[in-house]
Design a binder for this molecule. Structure first.
Ligand code: CTP
Length: 464
């Protein structure tokens, strides 16, 4: 595959203005990194992030762009707000000391572009483009590597990885997102940087993991990590699923089933992909082998829920995201029988939550596709989904919030003070409405409160 010919019209005008102003100030300025790589590949939407490398020092950049934000100035980066979004302008530099392998703690600014490029991670990320003069600078051979779809560390791979322990994880990410093979020497060095990989700041690992999960097939990236012996450093629960055999419903061990489930989950849904990654991590701990050699994994979803939470906390995911994923892991084994009443379907929706029900179906479908034996998803899932959709469309009450009466109605009708009783009564009303949605009328529920719930002098009442 040949690389695309670049054209300055691919760069938004406000970014070209940044480059022009730096040039007019007497400095060199290039688009470097992801944007140049993606444009040369030409397969995807236009880049969102535009990183500009320049010979100007941060102070010089700030003089030209007084509105620039200097949060990363110590490392050479000034963020210049533009109409095309923030543009990161970074002084040519070498990251000479990654002493703790977490973040560069010291950088040295340099005036030469080539010196900067030679300290970058992979050749395909070390290509600089000056769209104003139609000039590409590629001292490390990134363009031929893009053409042969090869990920190759710049210079000595182990040195590059020891400088920054995130780079082996980035290798896995790029192997997945670009669908590139990893060059032999680079591949050999991945596993030799174990210690550095373990010392990286968790937030940076999380960021790479999320980019990897955005690939068409994240399995490619996890396999790079596993084969290099790096998977267990940040994801020990996934490593523990390797070679754990399943039962006759599955073609793969727990690990490969997990990877294929992840691949089958929708690309644009990171929460579902994370849930897919963790959905069976409870299996190794709950595996019981029966006499006939078959295995069971009772309650693995509950064990897995806790393990997913722990993993996501380790990776510093937000509380909200962690809880959404943990909830999906917990719910993924849901059962359905065609004999379910509509009230049972409503209770199911309530326990999953209206805002997570679509994700749960996505996960379950992926789980089915990931077992290697089926091609679609079974009829019973279609049926349940149709019933859920009908209920959601009818806008029937599924939570206390959907009741036509609220806590104030309960308090004034029964003349009781605020307190847990009010919630209990509302929950009881909801139970009745789940059973029979036509009860969710104001007069009916007020009457039900008046006649159904007597309150004694201590405030306890009979729930009818
Ligand atoms: N880089 C590096 N070593 C790292 C991180 C980044 O050498 N540990 C360099 C690479 O040249 C990379 C550039 O900094 O291309 C920008 O990094 P980043 O924005 O993290 O990744 P991109 O390559 O831009 O990829 P994407 O836009 O897909 O995130």
């Amino acid at each position: 595959m040949a690389t695309r010919r670049l054209n300055s019209s691919q760069v938004p005008d406000p970014i070209l203005d940044v480059l022009r102003r730096l040039r007019e100030g007497g400095y060199r300025a290039y688009v470097i990194g992801g944007a140049t790589r993606e444009l040369l590949l030409g397969e995807r939407p236009l880049p969102k992030d535009w990183d500009v490398g320049t010979s100007a020092t941060p102070e010089e950049v700030l003089r030209l762009f007084p509105k620039g934000i200097a949060t990363g100035a110590r490392f050479g980066t000034i963020i210049v707000p533009t109409e095309a979004g923030p543009c990161e302008v970074t002084t040519f530099r070498v990251e000479s000391e990654y002493k703790d392998a977490r973040r560069p703690d010291h950088v040295t600014f340099v005036r030469e572009l080539e010196t900067d490029l030679e300290r970058r991670d992979f050749t395909v990320n070390a290509i600089a483009w000056d769209p104003l003069h139609d000039r590409l600078v590629d001292p490390t051979g990134g363009i031929p590597d893009l053409t042969s779809r090869l990920l190759r560390a710049v210079g000595n791979p182990l040195e590059r990885f020891r400088e920054d322990g995130l780079r082996p994880i980035r290798a896995a990410r790029f192997a997945a997102t670009l669908e590139f093979a990893i060059e032999e020497e680079t591949s050999q060095a991945l596993g030799q940087a174990r210690e550095e990989v373990g010392r990286v700041a968790a937030e940076r690992v999380q960021e790479e993991l999320m980019k990897m999960l955005g690939a068409r097939e994240p399995s490619r990236g996890f396999e790079v990590l596993r084969q290099a012996g790096l998977l267990g450093i940040w994801l020990p629960e996934l490593q523990a699923t390797v070679a754990v055999p399943q039962n006759r419903y599955h073609a793969y061990d727990v690990y490969f089933h997990t990877l294929y489930t992840c691949d089958a989950a929708p690309m644009g849904k990171p929460v579902v992909r994370l849930a897919a990654l963790f959905h069976d991590v409870g299996k190794p701990a709950t595996r019981l082998e029966k006499e006939d050699g078959e295995a069971t994994f009772y309650n693995h979803q509950f064990v897995g829920e806790e393990m997913a939470r722990e993993a996501m906390e380790r990776l510093r995911f937000s509380h909200d995201m962690t809880e959404r994923v943990a909830h999906l892991v917990r719910q993924h084994m849901f059962d359905y029988r065609p004999g379910w009443t509509d009230a049972a379907v409503r209770r199911f929706i309530r326990s999953v939550g209206v805002d997570q029900i679509a994700d749960l179906f996505d996960l379950r479908i992926a789980d089915n596709l990931g077992n290697g034996l089926k091609t679609g998803f079974p009829h019973y899932l279609e049926e349940l989904r149709a019933r859920v959709e009908a209920i959601l469309e009818a806008e029937e009450a599924l939570s206390v919030r959907d009741l036509v009466v609220d806590g104030t109605d309960v308090m004034t009708t029964l003349d009781i003070p605020p307190g847990p009783k009010v919630g209990e009564i509302l929950n009881q009303l909801l139970e009745e409405v789940l059973e029979n949605p036509s009860l969710n009328r104001r007069e009916t529920l007020l009457a039900r409160i008046r006649t159904g719930f007597s309150v004694d002098t201590h405030g306890s009442r009979d729930l009818g």
